[in-house]
Design a protein around this ligand. Structure first.
Ligand code: ZN
Ligand code: ZN
Length: 337
């Protein structure tokens, strides 16, 4: 079978590999769609401290179980299910499990014709049946949508909120759609790349687009009040600093996108947080339950994703897909092995 393997930064190879064999407690999947995201582009450029090469990449996975033909979506982030965080509270805190592992990082991922689902994934209910009417490509987008769902639930996006989404990539588009589904009053989309902003706005129709002077523009649009929720879906410290300045009193700010490892420090006016009673939250992936909820949102039509899939490529064109993602000329690129 064909696989796309990461060997080193800048070195992803399409190779022939023997079909994997499922061991006890594992599941073999015929991968139908594995979508790409900014993380794949980052791994291609810089590698990742959790990836020991060679490794088959790909973590937004949907396919058929070999043998039964069941249509399934697979989680990307694998919590251990047994540590103090995983067992904490009613639903656990699986997104911050310190033992978290990931498909395509610790285990071979979905840029392959066949893939093994590790027993650890099955143990935490990480394989979801794809609802009728939802295609494999859409199901593969449930994983990033699950992360978006985690972010918006932590930032408590709800009815009547004015929401600003900074970053008009695929994640930003999903944030706009989910905010609407959760009853946001208005959603504003910000990006410094005017071309990408226009392409995204065409699809997700925000109430306003902003490509410069974001703080001033948001204040103007909200009569000086600021936004109830600001979500940064971009690896930009400047965006995070602006986010705090454009938040309304008692506003919530989600630092959804992480910053580069070598440049993670921002300047924060702590008095804004203090006097305006701001809440700043992070977001780290998603839990298995978020993945199931995301699939449901897609199935119900609450968060459509099929029109966000702008490119479908066969496995040998993985590198073209990653290139489209890093140049920001696509919304969602999915690989069909
Ligand atoms: Zn991803
Ligand atoms: Zn854990």
């Amino acid at each position: 079978m064909k696989v796309a393997r990461f060997h080193a930064p800048g070195d992803i190879r399409i190779e022939d590999a023997p079909e994997p064999v499922a061991g006890p407690g594992e599941l073999k999947i015929r991968v139908r769609n594995c979508s790409t995201c900014g993380t794949d582009a980052k791994i291609f450029k810089f590698g990742h401290h959790h990836i020991v090469p060679p490794r088959v990449m790909g973590h937004e996975i949907a396919g058929e179980v070999v043998g039964t033909g069941a249509r399934v979506q697979v989680i990307a982030a694998i919590p251990c299910g047994t540590c103090a965080e995983c067992r904490r509270g009613r639903r656990g805190r699986q997104t911050v499990c310190p033992n978290q592992e990931s498909m395509g990082y610790h285990y071979d991922g979905g840029f392959a014709e066949y893939m093994i689902v590790p027993a650890k994934v099955l143990a935490v209910d990480g394989v979801n049946a794809i609802p009728d009417g939802v295609g494999f490509a859409e199901a593969s987008v449930a994983e990033p949508l699950a992360c978006v769902l985690n972010g918006q639930s932590l930032a408590r996006v709800g009815p009547g909120d004015d929401v600003v989404v900074m970053g008009a990539g695929p994640i930003g588009c999903l944030h706009v759609r989910l905010a609407r589904a959760r009853g946001a009053a208005r959603v504003f989309l910000v990006d410094v790349n005017a071309g990408r902003l226009a392409m995204a706005a065409e699809l997700v129709r925000p109430d306003a687009v902003i490509d410069s002077d974001a703080v001033e523009q948001v204040l103007k649009l909200t009569g000086g009040r600021g936004a109830d929720v600001v979500i940064t879906a971009a690896a930009s410290g400047a965006a995070q600093e602006q986010a705090v300045r454009m938040a309304a009193r008692q506003g919530r700010i989600s630092f959804f996108g992480g910053l580069p490892k070598d440049d993670p420090v921002i300047a924060l006016d702590s008095n804004l947080v203090h006097y305006r009673e701001l809440t700043i939250v992070g977001a780290n992936g998603s839990s298995p339950a978020h993945n199931a909820q995301a699939l449901q949102l897609v199935a119900e039509g609450a968060v459509p994703v099929s029109d966000l899939i702008t490119h479908r490529l066969p496995l040998p064109q993985v590198l073209d897909g990653i290139d489209l993602v890093s140049r920001g000329t696509a919304i969602k690129v999915t690989i069909e092995p």
